[in-house]
Unconditional design. Structure first.
Length: 119
């Protein structure tokens, strides 16, 4: 069973940066497509970024394109989300997720880490 644990959230001022980490265990990390999502209070969960199994390919949602960078270290079983130029509207609970080879959607989720951006 794949387990995902996010860390790195916190309180930051507008314009600041944070790097989120997501450590995976219980499976073969290099075989998973990984993604980051967020959910703000009263809003639906929102896709942010995804990275292929090798790390060679990435894709971003428009609201974070150019500000956020997803990366992974398969030797450390960890995926990262570097967040720069943060805005108050980036405040949310941030989740990482894994999509296994046979899955059509993300089928393993972490518990989330809170990011709060003050103005």
């Amino acid at each position: 069973q794949v387990q995902l644990v996010e860390s790195g959230g916190g309180l930051v001022r507008s314009g600041g940066s944070l790097r989120l980490s997501c450590a995976a265990s219980g499976g073969t990390f290099s075989s998973y497509t990984m993604g980051w999502f967020r959910q703000a209070p009263g809003k639906e969960r929102e896709f942010l970024a995804t990275i292929t199994r090798s790390g060679a390919g990435t894709n971003y949602a428009d609201p974070v394109k150019g500000r956020f960078t997803i990366s992974r270290d398969n030797a450390k079983n960890t995926v990262y989300l570097q967040m720069n130029s943060l805005k108050p509207e980036d405040t949310a609970l941030y989740y990482c997720a894994a999509r296994t080879k046979t899955a059509n959607s993300y089928d393993h989720w972490g518990q989330g880490t809170q990011v709060t951006v003050s103005s």
